[in-house]
Design a protein around this ligand. Structure first.
Ligand SMILES: [Zn+2]
Length: 309
């Protein structure tokens, strides 16, 4: 605290922020603010932190806890006002994702692992900052948890899908473990996906479609072994599809969520116990520039990390 004495009056001056970092600054570590906002740290000064905001802007924060690294990053897909898939009876994918992520975190922490969940399901978090949270923490693994409806008509059977980083044997290994462990965990709870595993590589599809970037998370986190897992379908999708998935009602049950969380946690533990060698590994899916995120225009940053206007 600086104290300036001017004549007979005493004034205190608050520390001033350093100049804003360049927008392309690579963050190191994350700040978790008092309201639970997770923000990659771009710079630290006497007055607080410059951070990347959930809407992928440069913002300020003056309070919070710094997390420098963790073993595992869990990313519940969507969240806040962004529903993700919604079942005909109103079950929001975002809420299922958050509930399962919390349970996976509990299981991993009970095994002595450190875990960070990318957001508290209270605000919109764009894809690029999700990737930055991972790269800023350099965890041993990141798993993004989703439950889908509309994507990929080529997969016309319900079931578990694990999407890995293109050309990454490490990410593919994690995807295979997630596919196997989650599939085994939920198999006793339904019959359509327990009937057989004949979808082959489609279930472990890599993502390289330039037309859209819904899977940009896998590029933005390219330095971290990352997988998106879709354990089951919230609904079968719009446009004349059957009005509901047989899996949708199951996703509302504790039994299903418990089983799924068991499967995800077991897959992560198995991966960490025996990670594939990385020597000679080609780079993961190239990181590239931030794609046009369809949510960016309407994204509103939480007050904790907003720049004053
Ligand atoms: Zn989703």
């Amino acid at each position: 605290m600086l104290v300036l004495v001017i004549g007979a009056a005493t004034m205190t001056r608050r520390p001033q922020p350093s100049p804003a970092p360049a927008p392309d600054t690579a963050p190191r570590g994350v700040l978790v603010t008092p309201s639970g906002v997770v923000a990659p740290i771009l710079a630290t000064d006497e007055a607080g932190w410059w951070v990347r905001t959930p809407c992928f802007r440069v913002g300020r924060a003056d309070a919070g806890t710094v997390v420098e690294s963790v073993d595992v990053v869990l990313d519940p897909g969507h969240g806040g006002g962004e529903d993700g898939a919604v079942s005909p009876d109103g079950l929001r994918e975002a809420d299922v994702n958050a509930a399962v992520a919390e349970q996976v975190a509990r299981r991993l922490e009970a095994q002595g692992l450190t875990v960070l969940v990318t957001h508290p399901n209270a605000y919109t978090l764009l894809l690029h900052p999700r990737g930055e949270i991972a790269t800023a923490l350099a965890p041993r693994v990141m798993v993004s948890i989703h439950h889908n409806s509309v994507y990929e008509r080529v997969i016309d059977e319900p079931g578990t899908i694990a999407l890995h980083q293109k050309d990454s044997a490490v990410s593919r290994r994690l995807a295979e473990l997630l596919d196997a462990e989650v599939g085994a965990a939920i198999a006793p709870l339904g019959d359509r996906w327990a009937a057989g595993d004949d979808l082959g590589p489609q279930r472990k599809a890599s993502v390289d479609d330039p037309r859209w970037d819904w899977f940009g998370l896998l590029r933005f986190s390219s330095s971290v072994p990352s997988v998106i897992v879709e354990a089951a379908y919230v609904g079968n999708g719009p446009d004349g599809d059957p009005p509901s998935s047989p899996e949708g009602p199951l996703l509302a049950t504790d039994a299903f969520r418990d089983a799924e969380a068991d499967g995800i946690a077991r897959a992560i533990e198995a991966f960490l116990a025996e990670p594939p060698a990385t020597t000679g590994e080609p780079p993961a899916h190239p990181s590239g520039a931030p794609a046009q995120d369809p949510l960016a225009a309407s994204c509103v940053d939480p007050a904790d990390v907003s720049l004053p206007v």
